[in-house]
Write a protein of this length. Structure first.
Length: 163
């Protein structure tokens, strides 16, 4: 059976480096973008910023509560961050694509769902897409609030080095 891909994309009015830094900061910023009805907790086991971080998190989806332990990698630092569940190998990918003017960024969250029957795969895909849309909304808010806290001369000029 062909795997289903749960995916949501949103244009966010903030520089790509700023958005990427929010996603990659698992200690402070990333917890702010997780929709609370679905994400029960996020604990950093190791690291905390991008590559090499290991997190534990709990989710409630389709009436079930599950715990995950994921390794964070950065195949393209500043552009692509991947959370891979260490038990199943299922990966969730965050792709940050700044646009030419630098003030707007397209962000995509996606997960390839494998090893499920057709109905379960369909339901999981729809639920994850709903969760990802909410996560992108929270990311847009966090980017706006985060920028408002910075002096205008440094807003959006954060380093994307996550190590």
């Amino acid at each position: 059976m062909r795997p289903q891909i749960a995916k949501a994309t949103r244009m966010i009015h903030a520089p790509g480096a700023e958005i990427y830094n929010i996603i990659a900061d698992y200690r402070t910023m990333h917890p702010l973008i997780l929709p609370k009805p679905y994400f029960l907790y996020l604990d950093v086991e190791e690291g905390g910023l991008g590559e090499g971080t290991i997190v534990n998190f709990g989710m409630r989806i389709l009436g079930q509560t599950r715990s995950f332990r994921a390794l964070i990698t950065e195949p393209k630092p500043g552009q692509v961050l991947v959370e891979t569940d260490l038990a199943s190998g299922v990966a969730t990918r965050f792709v940050v694509s700044p646009l030419q003017n630098g003030g707007r960024t397209q962000v995509t969250i996606s997960t390839e769902l494998q090893g499920r029957n057709l109905l379960e795969s369909f339901l999981a895909k729809r639920m994850l897409e709903k969760i990802y849309a909410q996560e992108l909304e929270l990311l847009a808010r966090a980017a706006g609030e985060h920028s408002a806290l910075l002096p205008s001369s440094i807003a959006g000029t954060h380093s994307t080095a996550m190590k």
